[in-house]
Design a protein around this ligand. Structure first.
Ligand SMILES: [Zn+2]
Length: 159
């Protein structure tokens, strides 16, 4: 299978395996500069929080907001349509599994009272988009009051 991967796919697989990715760090820094402080899912657990479904990239514990940065390829971004045609069935199955898991995770977290923000990687792809996306995430985080979680958190589609 490995030999059938294009350079782009190999790069993405490598990035996916490394943990924190470039786009995720870029968003994290941009939010930090805007004065937002978050925990990682592991940090949240160390402070006594529950295990969060899907291991979110950022946890705004007081406001009950979690953020995921989703790689467009692995998460089947409908806008980027990254599924390769070569050995397509293999990748399609893998990506469909990921998409189904994303939906399940989002639903579970929302039931538990978290607002779930999923940021596709393409929304962070250049400086202008990164700035717009960070501003938007910051607005949504700040719009949540620091009190008991609501159950009516909406999932706003990302443009
Ligand atoms: Zn995308």
């Amino acid at each position: 299978m490995r030999d059938q991967l294009t350079r782009e796919q190999r790069y993405r697989a490598m990035v996916a395996n490394r943990g924190r990715t470039g786009p995720e760090l870029a968003l994290a820094h941009a939010l930090w500069r805007r004065g937002l402080r978050y925990l990682t899912a592991d940090g949240y657990r160390r402070l006594g929080g529950p295990r969060l479904s899907g291991h979110p990239d950022m946890v705004f514990a007081g406001r009950h907001v979690v953020v995921f940065v989703d790689g467009c390829f692995w998460h089947g971004c409908p806008r980027c349509k990254g599924i390769p045609t070569q050995s397509g069935a293999f990748w399609r199955r893998k990506i469909e599994t990921n998409v189904a898991r994303d939906r399940r995770v989002t639903a579970e977290l929302r039931r538990a009272g978290w607002a779930v923000i999923r940021v596709p990687e393409h929304a962070l792809r250049d400086e202008a988009r990164l700035a717009r996306t960070a501003a938007r995430v910051a607005r949504r985080v700040r719009a949540r009051r620091s009190r008991a979680p609501r159950t009516s958190s909406r999932l706003i589609p990302w443009r």
